[in-house]
Each structure stands twice: as structure tokens, then as C-alpha cells.
Ligand binder design. Structure first.
Ligand code: ZN
Ligand code: ZN
Length: 422
């Protein structure tokens, strides 16, 4: 993390190195511009927000600096004091994405002209095995694939990928150096504005390899969840800016694992890419469920359309749905869009931890540690590359049962379904 030690209480009229640090921070995230350097929005391939003003005097807390600070405070739901108070300093020290903040940016129409996107790894981090990294990246892309017509296919570096993934440290040649452990975690470059062809760096996604990356939930102290940070960065690579909605994936600050899209993220990505065309959808009732480990079930009861299962305390189990699959319709082989589940648990003592999607014996998507509980009327699980279906789709659901009363340990499986694409 860059040295973010700033004096508490800095306000209009103050001068000195601490003011300059604040101005550097505000200009790094697009609230201010420096006369001598390209703005941070230009670095990431976007236009400046019209209201962004140029710093008149570096190291002087003038009205322009105060106004920029108020905009930072407003974006982060802090009181708009225009001074460096305690909550503002605390916010500034939080780990975050290196891209600039700009809510209005989401509507600027930067997007890919194709729905078939390719990505490649230039290198991996040594924090994780290459298999763990690939699965984490697939899971991150799957979040966006579930809500858009986009599909994401891993290719080699020589196959002209739109999105190149790198793990790098410090200055890595793109005008936005990383800052060591903490602080900035990653950044990504926005796509072109059609019909402009993409420039080489557009869509590229860089992770600060000075961080310790993990795929474990909860992450061990001092580590960051690669699935969450990658999913956030891919939002930028697809054309989304930062959101000031605190619980959204596209909020700029990292707040721990967030392996799902918020309705704000879904509205954002749908404003750029239309929904996908459905050829077919198939659903089954919850009464169809198959139990993997009968021994870990305390009780199982089928009602009209759902199955209520109470797991034994401190166990895990897998439950399976086979979805009837019209592999070929009107001489066309269908592709798999996404899987969907309706379920309801007694609370946090019965948690859907993992959801895997199979075509025959091939696992085509793995959503790990999604940790969903309570009422889930329409949970969606994307398939990153949306492959043609070959054998028939199965959904496997890993459930963790904790302690508590049977009512707290129950899960009601209501329905399971799959969307198929032409
Ligand atoms: Zn970001
Ligand atoms: Zn970079």
C-alpha cells in the first residue's frame, strides 16, 4: 500500500505534503485531474467525467480539492464534510480496485461488439495452483455469463484473446503501477466504444501479485478472494464503472468474498448487453431430488412440489437433480445457458455451499463457496463458455449443515431448471 498517512482534520486552507497525498489519491480515482499527467480515466481508456477539475496548486487544500473530497465522500456514503475526518481516512485506507470511480460511466456505451469473448493467462500467481486459478477465473466469468448473451472461452495467448489476465507487481508498463501489499488489489481496462475496433490493452485485467490471493472462504487473514476480485475486474473489462451501491459487486472497495451479482450489477450489465435468446427451458420439481449420502440425512419428507431435508448436525452432503434435456431440437444442438434453483433454508445453519453443473460426466461449471441460505426464490448459476449440450444436464448441490434445531437445519428444495440456447 502506498503511504496513505494523511493528517487527521485537514481542511480548506491547509498546505503541505499531506494535502498533496490526498490530492494524489483523489486524482488516482478520477475525482481530480493533474495538469501534467493523463487522468486516471484516460489511462484505463475512458473519457473524463465533465465535472472533474484540474488541481490548481499541488499541496494546497483549495476549494477544488474540498469539492473533490466531498464527491469522494458522497460516492462512499460518508458525511460530505469536505475535510479529512476520521471516517474518510478509514475509507481511504481500505483495500480497493485501482480503477477510477465514476457512477455515470456505466452508461457511456463501452462494450464488446461480439458475444464470444476469449481470454488468456499471460502468467499465474504462485499463491495458488494453476487449476485453482483457472477454476476461480471461470467462476468469476460465469457470474456475468448468467445474465448476458456473452460467453467466455479460455484460449492461448496466440489466439487473439480480447481479455489478457496478468499477475504483476509495481510498475508493469501501463501507466498505473501497483503499490505492494494492501491498497490497490487489481485493475482492468475498459472495452472500446463500438464501432471502434479494440486497442490491444482494452479488456486486459491485472492483479497485484504483491497481494496474497486465495480461493478459500472465509479467506485466511491478510489474503484476498480471487473469485470476487476477478469478477469485479471483469465487470470493468465488459464496460461497467464503479457503483456507489454499497452491496454491489462493482463497489470500488473490497469487503470480503462477494461471489454473486447484486441487482445493481445485473441492471448495469443488462444496459450494455441484451438478455440472451432462449431456445428452451426445462424445470423439475424439488420432489425429484436424489440424496448422495443417506447417512447424513436426519429426515427427508416430500410434499406436493418440494422436498424438505434436515441434515444431521455438522455434516455436508450432496444433492442431485437430473434435468430432462432436449439435446437436439429441430436438427439443432442446443447450448447450456445457465442453471437455476429455488430453495429455502432454515437460516445460516443450512447453507448451499457449492453448485456444480454437469453435462453427462463433464463438469461444465463449478460455483464454489457461494454460501447461500434463507429464501432463494431464483438463484442463477452461469456456465462461462456455454457449450453445446451433449449428454444431458445435471445439477449437483453441496450443502453444509451446522448445529441448531431441526427447523434451523432444514432445506426445502422447490425447483431446479436449466436455460438452453439456440
Ligand atoms: Zn473496480
Ligand atoms: Zn496494469
Amino acid at each position: 500500500m502506498e503511504n496513505l498517512d494523511m493528517e487527521l482534520g485537514l481542511t480548506h486552507g491547509a498546505r503541505g505534503p499531506s494535502v498533496k497525498k490526498l490530492q494524489d489519491y483523489l486524482s488516482q480515482y478520477g475525482y481530480l485531474k493533474k495538469e501534467t499527467e493523463p487522468s486516471s480515466l484516460e489511462v484505463f481508456g475512458a473519457e473524463d467525467f465533465p465535472a472533474t477539475e484540474v488541481i490548481k496548486a499541488e499541496g494546497e487544500f483549495d476549494e477544488i480539492t474540498a469539492e473533490a473530497l466531498r464527491r469522494f465522500q458522497a460516492f462512499n456514503h460518508l458525511s460530505e464534510t469536505g475535510m479529512l475526518d476520521e471516517s474518510t481516512i478509514a475509507q481511504i485506507r481500505q483495500p480497493r480496485c485501482g480503477c477510477p470511480d465514476l457512477a455515470e460511466f456505466a452508461t457511456s456505451g463501452r462494450k464488446w461488439a461480439t458475444n464470444n469473448l476469449k481470454y488468456a493467462f499471460q502468467n499465474f500467481t504462485s499463491d495458488l495452483s494453476s487449476r485453482e486459478i483457472i477454476l476461480a477465473i471461470e467462476q468469476a466469468f460465469a457470474l456475468w455469463a448468467a445474465e448476458t448473451p456473452l460467453n467466455f472461452r479460455r484460449v492461448s495467448m496466440s489466439s487473439s484473446p480480447e481479455i489478457i489476465i496478468r499477475f504483476v507487481t509495481g510498475d508493469h508498463g501501463d501507466g498505473s503501477p501497483f503499490d505492494g501489499p494492501g491498497g490497490v488489489l487489481a485493475h482492468a481496462f475498459f472495452p472500446p466504444t463500438p464501432p471502434n475496433p479494440p486497442a490491444p490493452i482494452q479488456g486486459d485485467t491485472h492483479f497485484d501479485d504483491a497481494e496474497t490471493w486465495t480461493v478459500m472462504v472465509p479467506p485466511p487473514g491478510g489474503t484476498f478472494d480471487l473469485v470476487t476480485v476477478a469478477a469485479h475486474e471483469f465487470g470493468h473489462a465488459l464496460g461497467l464503472g464503479h457503483s456507489s451501491v454499497t452491496d454491489s459487486l462493482m463497489a470500488p472497495f473490497y469487503g470480503g468474498p462477494h461471489r454473486f451479482l447484486h441487482s445493481d450489477d445485473i441492471n448495469g450489465i443488462r444496459s450494455l448487453y441484451d438478455g440472451y435468446q432462449l431456445a428452451h427451458a426445462m424445470w423439475v420439481h424439488g420432489t425429484d431430488i436424489k440424496v448422495e449420502i443417506e447417512n447424513n440425512v436426519e429426515s427427508l419428507q416430500r410434499y406436493g412440489f418440494f422436498t424438505r431435508i434436515v441434515g444431521k448436525p455438522n455434516t455436508t452432503n450432496w444433492y442431485h437433480f437430473a434435468i430432462p434435456t432436449s439435446v437436439i431440437v429441430d436438427s439443432n444442438r442446443l447450448a447450456v445457458g445457465r442453471a437455476m434453483l429455488r430453495f429455502n433454508t432454515g437460516g445460516s445453519q443450512a447453507v448451499v455451499r457449492d453448485v456444480h453443473i454437469y453435462d453427462g460426466s463433464t463438469r461444465i461449471a463449478a460455483h464454489q463457496s457461494v454460501n447461500l441460505s434463507g429464501n432463494q426464490p431464483f438463484a442463477k448459476f452461469g456456465v462461462p463458455h456455454k457449450p453445446d449440450v451433449v449428454w444431458g444436464i445435471g445439477i449437483s448441490i453441496g450443502v453444509r449443515t451446522g448445529t441448531g434445531t431441526p427447523a434451523q437445519r432444514r432445506i426445502d428444495f422447490i425447483s431446479a431448471g436449466v436455460d438452453f440456447l439456440p
